[in-house]
Ligand binder design. Sequence first.
Ligand code: PLP
Length: 280
Amino acid sequence: MSDVLLFNGRFTTTDERVLGVEDRGFQFGDAVYEVFKFIGKRPAFLLEHYRRMEQGLREIEIRCPWSETEFASAMGELLQRTSFDDGIVYIQVSRGEAERAHFWPENVEPTALAYSRRFRFPDEARKDRGIRVITTEDCRWHRCHVKSVNLLGNALAKKQAQRAGADEAILLAEGFVREGASSNFFAVKNGAVITHPLDEHILPGVVRDRVIGLALRSKVRVDERPLREAELFDLDEAFITSTTQGVMPVTEIDGRVIRNGRRGGVTEKLQLAFDELERA
Ligand code: PLP
């Protein structure tokens, strides 16, 4: 599929083979990525995505190729050049291209790319019906708060879920629930929302942050603490959050149906509030 591609400051299309074989993103997974959604050519939460990317790059000592304003204007131009109105933009910044060696040269120029893609966002029926999840061991690295392109642990978990007829894998470690393979996880118990606190075990999701704000504003108690695995058996409601799925109800965990397989009231309230905020 041919899409508009911004590569190191130059617009081309995804038909062009742009990456060198010794790009460190390809050789070492030495890169950070970001994904934002756009609706009617307007990016959703662009600044929040930029700030997470900038923070991640800083943590692994890659120079961020854009200032905040340069980024906003580059993404604006990318969307203007895009032939469709709704979709996602994938961004990747790698340390750059250098002769393959674990030690990187200090003066390497980062590789920066971004391209827009069509995306089938969940429809109303899907948002009502929710998804099935499985649980599996978290086998990722120890700095999951950095949105690194090293997604092998996530991809293996996700494939395991697909083979089990589920849509998402919920990652567990030391008897606690962390997050989804490509989402943050929330439980609802006695009217309160419970989700893993921000630390190196989870990605600080842009949607997670907004949903917590919306919950607090509507007087729903928010408990940011690791959920024990055993608590998964005794939930009132559950949902995941992500840029592509928004607030998505979880109606089955490891084959056990939650709430007769129906979206719960707290989940629905937050889902509606988030959808409205995203379009504002
Ligand atoms: N956690 C992981 C591991 C993810 O890959 C993602 C999204 O890709 C999220 C959480 C959700 O983050 P966001 O809400 O910023 O899309």
